[in-house]
Design a protein around this ligand. Sequence first.
Ligand code: ATP
Ligand code: MG
Length: 334
Amino acid sequence: MTKTDTAPVNASVESPQAGLAEGSGNVVDISAAHRDSNLDEILDELDRELVGLKPVKAYIRQIASLLLVARLREKVGLDTERPTLHMCFTGHPGTGKTTVAMRMAKILQHLGYLRRGHLVIATRDDLVGQYVGHTAPKTKEILKKAMGGVLFIDEAYYLYRPENERDYGQEAIEMLLQVMENQREDLVVVLAGYQERMNTFFQYNPGFRSRIAHHISFPDYTLEELTAIAELMLQQQNYLFDDGARRAFGEYLELRRKQPHFANARSVRNAIDRIKLRQANRLVEEGGCVAKEQLLRISESDVRRSRVFKGGLEMELEEAAACSESEERRGGAS
Ligand SMILES: Nc1ncnc2c1ncn2[C@@H]1O[C@H](COP(=O)(O)OP(=O)(O)OP(=O)(O)O)[C@@H](O)[C@H]1O
Ligand SMILES: [Mg+2]
């Protein structure tokens, strides 16, 4: 399935003369252009709403500066070739790749680089058909949907299957390469996936490597960052840990991290969903009148009743196992 996130279309900030110092055609006021762009506000929001990811945030700041300067250069008549912004995001599951791509799309729209600033997420199944003649229309449709925004290709390496001589993935690859070159003014392509597999993919598909200027790697979160992510998610949903719950959650994370299929911030989100269920269950069992404070508060027992403390696996693991079993039955993940 393809998911589309549509950003508001009114975010562009530019006034035609922003940043141009009055009375001179050769001087530009970078500070004024910076101020007028509201860039700091957007980047501060990114800082507040995403925990950690320091190198990623630093990179986004650099790209934003590059675009700001490119616009000023254009104004004083210097070269106008737009920077190429196709990117590659590598990292383990749940490290924030999709979330950052969504933010990036909005920032690029805000800076006037993209018309629409929406994100279209596609995987191999969205681009590649099963039969001859099916791939081109599928890929074309996705490209059309993504124009003016960001096309995010998750686990992009599945497009390339050298073991199958007549794999239709190659057809999709060629179309993508062409559009990345010819329509780079109107589309940013982000390839995402595991670092090692992506390296191999680039090795066999040098056309992609040469079209992608920015490689951003997403590190695993530390325990402190995972805890901060949990607190942030709770706060956004009007919940909070009491001291015991916070301690217990730290212990939970240490155990959960050692289990298979740990997916960084996504596992935190899932854990919180289950904690909320247990809190609700506890409150209903206790009955009587409850104060607002009790509805807000997650207590230690809501965390400790997780099966992870009893040496069990989390539900999401069982789901993942069921999923990979069914993939095996279908003849491999795609
Ligand atoms: N730094 C962060 N701060 C707060 N929340 C985060 C952060 N990173 C990720 N999340 C949250 O964790 C969840 C998973 O993130 P996301 O889907 O972006 O990961 P991903 O790297 O795309 O994973 P996958 O490789 O499995 O697709 C989302 O709900 C997201 O909001
Ligand atoms: Mg993702």
